[in-house]
Design a protein around this ligand. Structure first.
Ligand SMILES: [Fe+2]
Length: 228
């Protein structure tokens, strides 16, 4: 397994999992889903001595992008989001609805639109974009050195909400079947997500994903991440 730096912190009003992912060899890295608390995230990057290359969003929900613009200004790095969410959240009606649902401002336009299968090079690290629509039209997972950063597509033992604007349970199930389960069966990846917050219980349809629930006792935590 490639040597990587991974730090996980629950950040912002929704306690979103924000990740610092970096190549241990070169110190180059990315922030995934900066959910607010800009100063804390700046300290995280500087404490690890990481040279930030990109800000990556697993999707465009406001709670995952809150610190995008301030961090972009501090580190002079591009914000990246899948093209489908960048297009979706640019629509005035969608922005208005999403802001009402989440009580937070919708995202600013991305600097780089990501596509399925795209690979970002960050030092010696290769970060693959896997389009997994369902939670939102442009939700993605990021695969890097055997770790799958799933955003709100998949939690430990649960899946993300599909009752928000642009969500589709059928599409999410298809994404999990065709893009995620196949990876697990090959032993290629594991989730780094945490269980969905208790406050969301019952607010969206429950489905059994026991066959694809992941053990927290996996390579991610061995790699030095903190279990949330
Ligand atoms: Fe979300």
């Amino acid at each position: 397994m490639q040597d990587v730096i991974i730090r996980q912190e629950a950040i912002g009003p929704y306690r979103v999992n924000t990740y610092l992912l970096a190549c241990a060899q070169t110190g180059k890295g990315v922030l995934i889903d900066p959910g607010g608390e800009t100063e804390r995230l700046i300290s995280m990057v500087r404490d690890e001595g990481v040279e930030l290359m990109y800000i990556l969003n697993t999707h465009g929900h406001a709670d995952h992008v809150l610190a995008n613009q301030r961090l972009k200004a501090v580190f002079s790095v591009p914000v990246c989001m899948h093209e489908a969410d960048d297009i979706f959240f640019a629509v005035a009606e969608v922005r208005e609805k999403s802001e009402k649902e989440l009580g937070l401002p919708a995202p600013a336009p991305a600097d780089i639109r990501l596509t399925d299968g795209q690979v970002l090079t960050v030092g010696a690290l290769r970060i693959k974009v896997i389009h997994t629509p369902g939670h939102t039209p442009g939700s993605v997972c990021f695969l890097a050195a055997g770790n799958l950063f799933t955003g709100d597509t998949l939690f430990v033992g649960d899946v993300g909400r599909t009752d928000l604007t642009g969500g589709s349970l059928d599409t999410l199930i298809t994404s999990l079947r065709e893009k995620v389960i196949v990876r697990r069966s090959s032993g290629q990846a594991m989730t780094t997500a945490r269980r969905r917050p208790r406050r969301w219980a019952g607010r969206s349809r429950k489905i059994s994903i026991s066959r694809i629930s992941f053990s927290p006792n996996n390579g991610f935590f061995k790699a030095g991440g903190r279990r949330a």
